[in-house]
Design a protein around this ligand. Structure first.
Ligand SMILES: [Ca+2]
Ligand SMILES: [Ca+2]
Length: 415
């Protein structure tokens, strides 16, 4: 493993080579002041957590999302099936419930519930909002995961009766349900599904392109077909592959709980929760196979002898951490706000159980600064990071146990 210092030096050297004109001879060494500036640009600062919205009563908040047309409004997803609206201009406000779908949502086990919410990029015009949740079974339907569209009202609430089901995936086990729903700059909806559950992928979903599980999906929700209430983007990678689901954008992913786009580079960062040994961070690329269940982090798994070695077919993670540092990765965001320049370009992520928070820098799928512990809090269970329209980052979760009080912190550089 390279140390960050050695890695920085290597980057500087390669940059010097790239930026030197072809005709320049002899090569001049990198001047010390330039090296200092570059080293500062690659540094990763400590990150402190500042409690915000203390009067908002939250139970198991699992996501904070910003409304695209009103930068002051943040929506907090509660796992049991409620959405709470918070006005950031009213730091002492109590928030208000704008959606309650506890009735259809199955929230019996810890990984179940209303898991993610995404506003359509043109929400101001169409008032569409998308939810990913585990649903209660009934006489007609089994345990399943549901991607549904709801419609917001002019008063800011979301009409529970407006539900339109876009996708239903039968779920073989209570765990590993993904799941982040979000929109890309391309206007398409992205969804992480999880491998179905149990342990060690007993159904072989990880490497199976014929299932929507263990994947990141990409669909066009602005168009529909006779068969489906959505369309398949023309350049989806497996659209012409026999027996593959055309919705699949990337696969070989065990259970991407949280993923986000770097709003500057467009790269999709995902935290893929590991089995018994390694938690990993991936940069999800179109058509990519991220290795599960042949690989866990940078390591071969047991029981798949023919396919467990490093191979060109598997895209390795950009970072990993072992069990001693945590048990369940919560993927975060690359900071792109303007208020905190030292954090620009740092990808933040955390572990749900240890409460540790890390930062790293990456470019083009490769680390440019090794992960380092930047903060976190013992006894805090970070369920999700969130990003406001201006790029301010938040983190939400519970304190005093996984079922403790729901809290939101704002993140800023410094101790
Ligand atoms: Ca499941
Ligand atoms: Ca992997």
């Amino acid at each position: 493993m390279l140390t960050s210092m050695r890695f920085s030096e290597r980057v500087l050297i390669s940059m010097a080579i790239i930026t030197a004109p072809a005709s320049a001879a002899p090569q001049v060494p990198v001047a010390a002041p330039t090296a200092k500036v570059e080293a500062a640009a690659l540094a990763i600062p400590d990150v402190r957590m500042q409690r915000v919205f203390p009067r908002v009563k939250l139970r198991r908040p699992v996501q904070v999302v910003a409304r695209p047309d009103k930068g002051n409004l943040l929506y907090v997803v509660e796992q049991a099936g409620r959405v709470i609206e918070i006005d950031a201009n009213d730091p002492e406000g109590e928030g208000r419930v704008v959606l309650d779908i506890k009735e259809p949502v199955q929230d019996k086990f810890n990984e179940q519930g209303l898991l993610s919410l995404a506003f359509h990029p043109k929400y101001e015009q169409n008032h569409f909002v998308y939810a990913w949740y585990t649903a209660k079974k009934n006489a007609a339907k089994p345990d399943r995961e549901v991607l549904a569209r709801f419609t917001g009202k002019d008063d800011g609430t979301i009409d529970a009766a407006s539900e339109l089901t876009l996708l239903e995936i039968p779920d073989p086990a209570w765990n590993h349900n993904g799941g982040t729903v979000l929109f890309g700059a391309d206007g398409f909806l992205y969804l992480s599904t999880g491998d179905g559950g149990a342990g060690n992928d007993p159904w072989g979903n990880g490497q199976n392109l014929g299932t929507l599980l263990a994947a990141v999906l990409r669909i066009d929700v602005d168009h529909s077909t006779v068969e489906k209430p959505y369309a398949i983007p023309q350049d989806n990678p497996f659209i012409a592959t026999p027996n593959a689901r055309p919705e699949i954008y990337a696969y070989g992913l065990r259970n991407v709980w949280r993923m986000s786009f770097d709003r500057k580079t467009g790269e999709l960062y995902a935290g893929d929760v590991g089995q018994n040994a390694w938690e990993e961070i991936d940069i999800v690329t179109k058509g990519g196979n991220f290795g599960w269940r042949c690989r866990e982090g940078h390591h071969p798994t047991e029981g798949v002898p023919d396919r467990s070695e490093p191979s060109a077919q598997f895209i390795e993670p950009i970072a990993e951490y072992p069990r001693k540092d945590g048990v369940s990765v919560t993927g975060g965001f690359v900071y792109r706000g303007t208020g905190d320049p030292s954090l620009d370009g740092v990808y933040l992520y955390a572990d749900y159980q240890s409460g540790t928070m890390w930062g790293l820098r990456a470019l083009g799928g490769k680390l440019t600064a090794e992960p380092r512990v930047v903060g976190g809090k013992r006894g805090f269970y970070p369920a999700s990071f969130g990003e406001s329209l201006d790029g301010t980052l938040f983190i939400c979760g519970t304190e005093g146990g996984a079922d403790g009080a729901g809290v939101i912190y704002r993140l800023a550089s410094g101790r």
